[in-house]
Ligand binder design. Structure first.
Ligand code: IMP
Length: 438
C-alpha cells in the first residue's frame, strides 16, 4: 500500500505528526519536494524534534528514508540534521538515501533568495523563508542546477566556483549589501561571495554526504515489487503549490499529490491512497491573500492556543476560521481519500465557530477557488456559524466520546470538503491521535 500525504491548506497543518503516526504501517518514507523551508515537528515520548529535510521515519527503527529527486536539498543543513540525530542516538547512515537526481540548494542560492526578496518593492514581497528554495528550483528549470550525482564527479568543485562567479554578477546587479546576506557559513565582502571559502565548504560537504547518495528509482521500485509500503510525504501545502496555489505568493514546487510521482520516480499507478492533512482552522505564514484571516481577539486566541509560530523561521502565523472552499479544492486537486483533521482541541474555547462555505467575489457567490491571487484578495467569506462545545477534548481516547457539538463540527467540515475522516488529532503528542480509518 503506497500512500501520499499532502497538506491541504497553506502548510503547517501538522503533517509531521501525522506522517509519524502513519509510519508504523510504512517501510519506506520519501520526501518528494521542497527543502529546508519545511519544518516537520514531531513530539514523541516527551521529546520535540523539528526535521527539515530528513523524513521523520528516521525516528523509527527499521524504516528506510529517501530524499527524492523533487526535493531541493541543502547539503549543509542536511549534515547538521544528520549530526543532531546522531547526538540523540539516531544513526541515519544505511537508512537514509538521497537521490542522485536531487537538486542542491547552495549557499549562493540562499544569497540570491535574500537579495531578490530585499530588492522587491513593498507589496511585491513574497515573504520567503530565505532558504534559497526559489533560486534553486529556478536553476533546475534553467538547467544550470547541481544535482547530488554531480557531487560525486571529479569536476564538482570547479562547477561550484563557476556558479559563485555567475551569482556574484547577479548580486552586483541587485545591489546586494552584506547586511542582506547574513547567512550562516557564507563569507561575503562588499556584496560579493568569497569563491574560495565556498569551494572549501563544499569539498568538506562532499566527503560527508557521498555515502548517502544513490539512484533511488531502482531502490523504490524493488521495494514496491517486494510488497513493501511506501509513504510519500509532502511539505508545505496545496495553497502554496506553484501551479495551484495563490501564485505568485507560493513556494517554487508542487506539494500537491501529482508532485509525489514527479518527485520520487514512482508512477501514478503505484499510488493507492491520498491522505490530506487539514487543520480545524486556517493559518498562513508570509504574504498573500487569506480570505478568512482574523485580526481580532479570536485570531489571537487561535494563535496562542495553536502555538502558531513558524517551526523554521519563528515568524508568527496569520490565523483564521476554517475555509471549506480551500479544503474542497484541495480534495479535488489531490484526490484526497481521507482527511487527517488536526488541532481540533484548539477550538475548545470558542462559544461560536465560523466556517467559510463560499466566497463572494465582485457580487458573485462561488464555491470554486479563483485562479488569481487578486480575485482571492477581493473574496469575502460567506460564513456558516456553529455552536462551540466549550470543554476540553485533548483527553479523549475514543471518537464516540467527543462532545456532540464537537462531533457536529467535525462532521460538517468533512461533509463540506468531500472525503472521509481517517484521523483526528487532538493534541501535539503522538499519543493524542484517534485513528478512525487509517
Ligand atoms: P519559500 O518556499 O521559502 O520560497 O517561501 C514561499 C512562501 O511559502 C512563503 O510565503 C513562505 O512563508 C511559504 N512557506 C514555505 N515553506 C513553508 C512551510 O513549510 N510552511 C508554511 N509556509 C511555508
Amino acid at each position: 500500500m503506497n500512500t501520499v500525504l499532502v497538506g491541504a491548506q497553506w502548510g503547517d497543518e501538522g503533517k509531521g505528526k501525522i506522517i509519524d503516526v502513519l509510519t508504523d504501517k510504512s517501510d519506506y518514507i520519501v520526501r518528494y519536494q521542497g527543502g529546508s523551508n519545511a519544518g516537520h515537528t514531531v513530539i514523541a515520548e516527551g521529546k520535540k524534534r523539528v526535521l527539515r529535510l530528513v523524513p521523520s521515519g528516521i525516528l523509527h527503527d527499521g524504516k528506510t528514508c529517501v530524499i527524492g529527486n523533487g526535493v531541493v536539498m541543502n547539503p549543509l543543513d542536511l549534515i547538521e540534521e544528520i549530526e543532531t540525530l546522531r547526538s540523540t542516538g539516531i544513526e541515519a547512515k544505511g537508512r537514509l538515501w538521497i537521490s542522485t537526481r536531487t537538486q542542491m540548494v547552495m549557499l549562493y542560492h540562499r544569497a540570491l533568495d535574500k537579495a531578490e526578496e530585499a530588492a522587491r518593492p513593498e507589496g511585491k514581497k513574497i515573504g520567503t523563508t530565505g532558504r534559497g528554495i526559489g533560486p534553486a528550483y529556478a536553476a533546475k528549470v534553467n538547467r544550470s542546477g547541481l544535482r547530488c550525482g554531480d557531487m560525486l564527479a571529479e569536476n564538482f568543485l570547479d562547477k561550484v566556483r563557476e556558479q559563485v562567479e555567475e551569482t556574484n554578477i547577479r548580486l552586483k546587479e541587485l545591489g546586494a549589501k552584506d547586511s542582506d546576506l547574513a547567512i550562516p557559513g557564507l563569507v561575503v565582502e562588499n556584496g560579493q561571495i568569497d569563491a574560495a571559502a565556498t569551494v572549501a565548504t563544499y569539498a568538506a560537504a562532499k566527503e560527508r554526504l557521498s555515502p548517502y547518495i544513490r539512484d533511488t528509482v531502482p531502490l523504490l521500485h524493488s521495494a514496491k515489487a517486494s510488497g513493501k509500503s511506501i509513504l510519500l510525504e509532502g511539505a508545505q501545502g496545496t495553497m502554496l503549490d506553484i501551479d495551484f496555489g495563490t501564485y505568485p505568493f507560493v513556494t517554487s514546487s508542487n506539494p500537491t499529490a501529482g508532485g509525489a510521482c514527479i518527485g520520487s520516480g514512482l508512477s501514478p499507478r503505484d499510488i493507492d491512497c491520498v491522505v490530506g492533512v487539514v487543520k480545524a482552522y486556517t493559518t498562513r505564514v508570509g504574504e498573500g491573500p487569506f480570505p478568512t484571516e482574523l485580526f481580532d481577539a479570536d485570531g489571537r486566541t487561535l494563535a496562542e492556543r495553536g502555538h502558531e509560530f513558524g517551526a523554521v523561521t519563528g515568524r508568527p502565523r496569520r490565523c483564521g476560521w476554517f475555509d471549506a472552499v480551500v479544503a474542497r479544492y484541495a480534495q479535488q486537486i489531490n484526490g484526497i481519500d481521507y482527511w487527517a483533521l488536526t488541532k481540533l482541541d484548539v477550538m475548545d474555547v470558542f462559544p461560536k465557530i465560523k466556517i467559510c462555505v463560499a466566497y463572494e467575489i465582485d457580487g458573485q457567490t462561488t464555491r470554486d477557488m479563483p485562479c488569481s491571487a487578486d480575485a482571492l484578495a477581493r473574496a469575502k467569506p460567506v460564513y456558516e456559524e456553529m455552536d462551540g462545545w466549550m470543554c476540553e477534548t485533548s483527553n479523549i481516547t475514543r471518537i464516540e466520546d467527543l462532545p456532540p457539538k464537537a462531533k457536529a463540527y467535525v462532521e460538517r467540515l468533512v461533509e463540506l470538503s468531500g472525503a472521509k475522516l481517517g484521523i483526528l488529532s487532538i493534541g501535539p503528542a503522538r499519543e493524542s491521535t484517534l485513528r478512525i480509518a487509517l
